[in-house]
Design a protein around this ligand. Sequence first.
Ligand SMILES: [Zn+2]
Length: 146
Amino acid sequence: MNSSHEEVRQACSAFEEYFKGFYSPSFLQTEFFVVTDEIPKPDFPESREAGLGDFIDMDIGGITYNDTYYVKKDAANELRLHFHELAHVVQWRELTPQGFIERYIREVQDFGYDEAPLEKMVYALDGHYQKHGRHLSVEQFVRDNL
Ligand SMILES: [Zn+2]
C-alpha cells in the first residue's frame, strides 16, 4: 500500500518547527504522510471475523502503516492528528510491523478501540501536546511505556 503512494507522500520534516521538543528532526526526516480523500482501511474478511467490523467502519481522520500515515484532506491541517499518527509510527517502529498489528488487533478485540492501551497512550500524548504540555521525547516515552 505504501509503495503505491510513494509519489504523493510528503516528508514529516515539514512539522519540525511545530513538533520541536517532541519529535527529533532525524525521526521526522524518515517518516512520511499522505493526504487523501479516502483513508485506506485494512478491510479484508478476516478482520471482520476477528471482531474488528466496528473499527473498520469507523470514520477516522487518519491511519498509520509503518513509516507512513494517511490523513483525510479535510483534517490535514490538524496538527494534533499528525502528532497522533506520528506516535503510532513510533509504536510500529518499536514493536515491528508484525508485532504492532498483532498487538493492536488483540487490544481492540479485548478492550475496544477507545480503551485499547496503544490508543490510550497516543491520545494521552496528543492531548499533552494540544495543552501545550512541557517538552518530552515521544520516541523515548513510547519506548518506556510499551
Ligand atoms: Zn490512533
